[in-house]
Each structure stands twice: as structure tokens, then as C-alpha cells.
Design a binder for this molecule. Structure first.
Ligand SMILES: *Cc1c(COP(=O)(O)O)cnc(C)c1O
Length: 418
């Protein structure tokens, strides 16, 4: 690889250094973040960054794409084998963009689509009124039941029957439970809708074989690469049945994007090999184990968890009965060097800027090497902060735990080097 030893931009370098020490000294509980391996990140910004390989392998709009073709074919093959699907597209710049590109290609303006309500854990690219998807199509939403805050499949079915959507999208960004893809598939078939699974959060758990795969039920699955899949930010994958392959490829290019970012594809090819190792399966298991340990710690302190707990890497704390808001707790945790995010909860009465909930996850923590015992203790300490209404003494206890448990700990634990 090309080495660089010329002058450095001191302003940018300073910020990079500061960010590095921030990441090292803080504990990352953001459910949508992770740390990618040095092997994967090494190829972000490699020589392929300058190659304009507009088009697809074998049909590019510029010459000199021989190696780019081989690289993209390799990434596609690895994606298909990792997810066990018939076709893969690796060109999308993000899952959000992939989602809109697909809607744009497969459906007409005003078509009716169906997804999980944002407040119940859905995603903005699934028809939020302030997102392009929400403006372009008509939407109907399903959600969780008040009784147990879990997805109500009777509600899914009745909304589907009433609206006859062209597609049913499932998968969200703040739903702690797994989805029953078989049941969703049955409902989709009953109303003649495509079943589209947005795997952004759980892709790594699927590939790591610790939760069920959406295939063969899903017609299409989309995912980001930087959550449980443990890649760098950016980069979306589209996985689909062969019958949709041509339309999906056309949706991404030329439907919405121009040339792909080939250095990103190089890095994702490495990632897609890494996630097929036994070491990654161990990692995925540990992510679930650690989420359960956090759950136990929080429940011990009486914290209300949406849906009663978690079946994935993600937990959503419902603070509505605890006299605090998501914003308050997010800020208190940050004082203790714990990074998280406020998040709406089902039936929230607070505006999103405050939010009645806090979302956390175990993926980044696990990459760092945290184990079950530590996660339990962390859950207890976070629980005490919540239960005390963010009392300074509880925040201080959490802060000293973070200091003791992150000192000298690399971001990507060597234990996970495949
Ligand atoms: C995070 C997320 C996305 C967005 O992924 P990006 O790659 O960041 O655009 C899309 N859908 C769901 C359900 C998500 O959770």
C-alpha cells in the first residue's frame, strides 16, 4: 500500500487525534455504532478511491476498470454467500439511499407502502413525513401493542388487509425484539405485497447465525454495514431474489447514484469475508449475551425496558414513569463518559427533542472486549443513574467504572481479529 510521509494538515490532524482519545476514553452504548477491524478500515481511502467505475462489472462507462470489476464481483459473491441470498448489490452509499432508490424504481408516485411506525421503532426512510419517501408515496403504518410493547401481528394483518400495500417493510432502528419473518411473509402474500426486510440493525446477528435469517421469506433485504455487521459507516447492501436483480441494480445505478465508491467496496469485500469466520460467529453470540447482561442489570434496578427486555443487541429504556427524559439521561451518561442516544418510545408524550426513552446497544461494547460480568455491572450502574433521577453520586460511580474498565483498552479488541 501507498505510504504517505509528506506534510500534514495540523488542524485536521488535531481533530483526528482528539476524536481518537475521545473514542478511547468513552464507552460507546450507541446501538447504531460499532468499531470496524483495522483489516477492514485499511482499505477505506486506498488507491481505488480515485477510480470512477461508473456502471457494473463488464459494462462500465469508462475504461481501465478491469481490477474494479474483479473487486466488485468478489464483494458481490461474498455478500451472497454471507447472507445466503440469490443476488447482491454493493454499490449503495448507505442503507437510507438504497431504501429510497428501490422505492423510486419499483413503485410509482402515490403507491401505497406499509412500514412500522417511527415512534414504535421504525426508520425515517420508511415514510417519515419529513423524508423523501414520505413525500413521494402514500403510507400506512403498523406498530406495537400497548399491552406488551411488542409487534402486534394482528394489527399488521388488519392494516395490510385494509390498505393492500404494494410492499410491506419490516425492520426498524429502535425495536428490541426479533421479527417473525414467516408470519410477515404470510401476511404479505395474502395481500399480494412484496416483503422487504430492513436488516440495518441486525445484519451482523443474521450473518453470525445467532438470529433467524429473513431468507427465503424476504423478496428484498437492505442493510447498512456499520451496526452489528461491524463495518465502517456508509455503504449499503441490497440483497434480493434473482427475479428482482436487474431492477434492483437499475434502482441504485443509474436510478439514483452515479459511480460507486470503489475503496468502500474494497473495504466491504474484506468485511464480508471477516463476517463469515467462526470468530465473527463468536462475536455475534457475545453481543447477544452482553445485551442480556445489560438487561438483567437494568431490570434489577427497576428500569422499564420497552417490550420487557431484548432479543437482540438493542435495548430501549422507557423513562416515562421515572421523572426524567431521554435527553436528561443522555446528558447525565455523557458526564460519566458513556455515549448513548435519546429516543422516542411507543406512545411517547414528549417531543423527539426530549424523548421519553434512551436507546442503547451491546455491539460496540462487545467489539471492545466487554464481557458478561462487566455488562451486568454496567447495566446496574446505568440503572442506578436512571432510578435516582440522574443523581450526581450515581453519575460519579458510573464514571469511575468507565475509567477503570477502558484504561488501555483498544477500540477493536485483538480477540476479534479473525
Ligand atoms: C440505521 C438504519 C438505516 C440507515 O442506514 P444508513 O446506512 O445509515 O443510511 C436504515 N434503516 C434502518 C432500519 C436503520 O436502522
Amino acid at each position: 500500500m501507498e505510504e504517505y510521509d509528506g506534510p500534514i494538515d495540523v488542524e485536521v490532524a488535531r481533530l483526528v487525534d482528539m476524536e481518537e482519545s475521545r473514542q478511547s476514553s468513552q464507552l460507546n452504548l450507541v446501538a447504531s455504532e460499532n468499531y470496524s477491524s483495522p483489516a477492514v478500515r485499511r482499505y477505506e481511502g486506498c488507491i481505488f478511491a480515485d477510480k470512477n467505475a461508473e456502471g457494473y462489472p463488464g459494462e462500465r462507462y469508462v475504461s481501465g476498470c478491469g481490477y474494479a470489476d474483479q473487486l466488485e464481483e468478489l464483494a458481490v459473491e461474498r455478500a451472497k454467500s454471507a447472507f445466503g441470498c440469490e443476488h447482491a448489490n454493493v454499490q449503495s452509499m448507505s442503507a437510507t439511499i438504497a431504501n429510497f432508490a428501490i422505492m423510486n424504481e419499483l413503485f410509482k408516485t402515490g403507491d401505497k407502502l406499509m412500514a412500522m411506525r417511527l415512534q414504535d421503532g421504525g426508520h425515517l426512510s420508511h415514510g417519515a413525513p419529513f423524508h423523501a419517501s414520505g413525500r413521494r408515496f402514500r403510507w400506512c403504518f403498523y406498530g406495537v401493542s400497548r399491552a406488551n410493547e411488542q409487534l402486534d401481528y394482528d394489527n399488521v394483518r388488519s392494516v395490510a388487509l385494509e390498505n393492500r400495500p404494494a410492499a410491506i417493510i419490516c425492520g426498524g432502528s429502535a425495536y428490541p425484539r426479533l421479527l417473525d419473518y414467516e408470519k410477515m411473509h404470510e401476511i404479505a402474500r395474502e395481500v399480494g405485497a412484496l416483503l422487504w426486510v430492513d436488516l440495518a440493525h441486525t445484519a451482523g446477528l443474521v450473518v453470525g447465525r445467532v438470529v433467524p435469517s429473513p431468507f427465503p421469506y424476504a423478496d428484498i433485504a437492505t442493510t447498512s454495514t456499520h451496526k452489528t455487521l461491524r463495518g465502517p459507516r456508509g455503504g449499503g447492501l441490497v440483497l434480493c431474489k434473482e427475479i428482482l436483480a436487474k431492477r434492483i441494480d437499475r434502482a441504485i445505478f443509474p436510478g439514483l447514484q452515479s459511480a460507486p465508491k470503489m475503496d468502500m467496496i474494497a473495504s466491504r469485500a474484506v468485511l464480508l469475508s471477516e463476517v463469515q469466520t467462526e470468530c465473527f460467529q463468536e462475536y455475534a453470540k457475545e453481543v447477544l449475551r452482553n445485551a442480556k447482561a445489560l438487561e438483567r442489570g437494568l431490570l434489577d434496578e427497576g428500569v422499564h425496558l420497552v417490550s420487557g427486555g431484548t432479543s437482540s443487541h438493542l435495548l430501549l429504556l422507557n423513562l416515562s414513569k421515572s421523572n426524567t427524559s431521554g435527553l436528561d439521561v443522555e446528558q447525565a451518561l455523557l458526564e460519566a463518559d458513556v455515549v448513548s442516544n435519546k429516543n422516542p418510545v411507543p406512545f411517547d408524550t414528549l417531543p423527539p427533542s426530549k424523548s421519553g426513552g434512551l436507546r442503547i446497544g451491546s455491539a460496540a461494547l462487545t467489539t471492545r472486549g466487554f464481557e458478561e460480568e462487566q455488562c451486568f455491572e454496567l447495566g446496574v450502574l446505568v440503572g442506578l443513574v436512571v432510578a435516582s433521577g440522574c443523581a450526581p453520586s450515581k453519575v460519579a460511580d458510573l464514571k469511575s467504572f468507565v475509567r477503570d474498565n477502558t484504561k488501555g483498552l483498544p477500540l477493536f479488541n485483538p480477540r476479534w481479529m479473525a
